[in-house]
Write a protein that binds this ligand. Sequence first.
Ligand SMILES: Cc1ncc(COP(=O)(O)O)c(C=O)c1O
Length: 372
Amino acid sequence: MNAVSPRIPIVDIEAQHRQLRSEILEALRDVFDSRAYIQGPRVRAFETAFASEHGVAHAVGCSNGTTALSLALEAAGVGPGDEVVTTPYTFIATAEAILHLGATPVFVDIEPDTCNIDPRLVRLAVTPRTRAIVPVHLYGTPCAMDALREVADENDLVIVEDCAQAHLAKFEGRAVGAFGRAGSFSFYPGKNLGACGDAGMVVSEDEDTISRVRKLLDHGQGTKYLHDIVGYNRRMDAMQAAILGVKLRHLEKWTSRRRENAASYDARLKPAGFQVIEPPDNVEPVYHLYVVQVDNREETTRALASNGIGFGIHYPIPLHLQPSLSELGYKAGSLPVTEATAGRVISLPMCAELSRDRIERVCDVLTGVARP
Ligand SMILES: Cc1ncc(COP(=O)(O)O)c(C=O)c1O
């Protein structure tokens, strides 16, 4: 650890890798010796294991979570002129994946308790041009998939779930990703299941969608040098698949630890009057992030930093107010729940390796300065 690193980091990848070092290096040596560096048997093995862990029929690995979402949407038929209803309260990648297909993201406000898209507002946003809904299971809390499915079914819309933060999260006992046409995952290093580089995955129950994604990500070819659609190079590399295959075996256990850690935070912060994520009873969240809301964020984050506590702000500027999306024409004040939330959130240290003592220390510092 260097001198400027927080003593309690927001996510402790180093601690995770210390436990798995020899297992991961062995898997990497195996790929190195195999000379199968792109796709190949290790990627296939990881796809199969990931699909089985998520209780879904098919999974296809790709280069990152942004391309996973974009490929899934393209395979589902989203294209130029279509509107896609989604949340403004997410990472920019969600909107980029839609925009790069020539479609238009239509933002609707979030629910204050979960910070996820409000299904009642999705219904109101549907127009004759609406083609799809992209729910984002933010922070690892599943969206209200029953209500969203109802809107989609009534209006003949496709659902593609952005599950970048929600590996193994469940809605009514079933893992996210296959409630609609497809789901996309990210394995960015800090995610609940993280590569040592970029990687992503599309899952689906629909074989046609998956074979279209497979073709799109490999230059539009099903058979070598026969390119029947115009595709991309968005393949997964075998080194990442090998690392992810090792880590996947620990994901269930890590997820339970995250839930225990969230319960410890809840036990300190809720009685003190702080607003935290309130998942409904029918979901099993996976706490990619543990987020608390405060009235005095600057003062609070200064105190966290000076006490060696890592933190994040996910996200300070909602998508509808991002300069790169100004042409969509949204104004400040148009999505009030999102805007109020964006001004108040702080993400506290959260990972499987976080100890109870450290959580207590974070809460001591936070409650000493923050106003609910
Ligand atoms: C909600 C959400 N969607 C999409 C992405 C994009 O994933 P990636 O960084 O792997 O492209 C991320 C990850 O940062 C994310 O958090």
